[in-house]
Design a protein around this ligand. Sequence first.
Ligand code: ATP
Ligand code: MG
Length: 400
Amino acid sequence: MIYDHVLIRYGELALKGKNQKFFINKLRSNVQKALSDFPNLSIKGKRDHMYILLNGQDYEEIIERCKDIFGIQSFSLAIKVENDEEKIKEAVLEAILLEEGKTFKITAKRPNKNFPIPSQQMNQVLGGHILRNTEGWTVNVHNPDVEIRVEIRHDATYITSKKIPGKGGLPVGSTGKSLLLLSGGIDSPVAGYLTMKRGVQLEAIHFHSPPFTSDRARQKVEDLAQTLTKFGGEIKLHLIPFTDIQQKIFQNAPENYGMTIMRRVMLRISEQVARQREILSITTGESLGQVASQTMESMHAINEVTNYPIIRPLVAMDKVDIINISKQINTYDISIRPYEDCCTIFVPKAPKTRPRREKVNQFEAPIDFTDEIEKAINDMETVTFKSSKQNQGDIYDELF
Ligand code: ATP
Ligand code: MG
């Protein structure tokens, strides 16, 4: 193993102007947290790039983790050597021996003009060195199988080859917090993922109706929350007992408006929880036109109960694209486990697809949910999920 650095490139982060330092520090601390079980690393955040000094650590797992950290545009393994022609030649040769292919190209850059050999000449020197000391490799400057980049900087020379794509986005925690309404379905975990990608740290809220919903259903939501920590560090999941409220709706409202009212109560409770926890927005997995609760009329009727900002990352996305993301982020297999959802249990067979605000208000007016909402929030249970190193981290329970 000769690679001793990981070179991290910023995407949008590089454009952050005055706040750039804040974003870079956030990314640095997220990288540090994601790699906290590697004690010997040191991580340096510079204005235009970040380095991880491997200090002899094996890099395979580190590379895998870097692929899931938002705020990293791309990264490469790098070799750091002294600004010395012979050392650079040696390192470039070692780098090409790790690669597969037939054709290569050397791209030298010399930000450090004190180094005596100009870039173009360095390309020839290094290319010649590889040709003399290997078999089967030839130069192709237009479409090489392998490109070896050589950056001669002031402190040292860095040699990199493959550019590994990162996830882009912004470092989680850099743009605030949102409360994700997490069901056991396919959509809401994807919505959570996309929100995190924009730098948002999540807490999640789930409404369940024991004993009508089982431990299995609860486990499913916990597994989804755990899976999402891979991208965003710690996630607190707030579990709200919803049975009493659902029964009250069921007994007092016309059946076809039950679902609309239920969603409105969910949103009221979510807003209260968010407020208590100083979270400034709510995220849902709603996607226009998917099901009865997601018609324009339905959103209009449900949204009336809050003026909290609601982030709906999926609102304009096609289901196939949502499913593709859920497969990529490993939530799909959890989401499709069969389970009872609090919504499917009490919800009528034919919910109103075009509910009207005036009607909902009329049906809701005589029902007083104050006590039930207060009780539900008091009985809320909070489970904290830690970013699991390879998904084996510790999970602990805590009562809010
Ligand atoms: P999902 O696949 O996320 O379950 P869905 O397509 O089934 O979404 P709905 O059942 O209409 O759509 O739910 C819309 C959104 O409401 C969900 O994406 C989620 O954000 C929220 N939601 C639904 N049920 C619950 C629940 N039991 N607890 C928390 N949030 C919920
Ligand atoms: Mg659902």
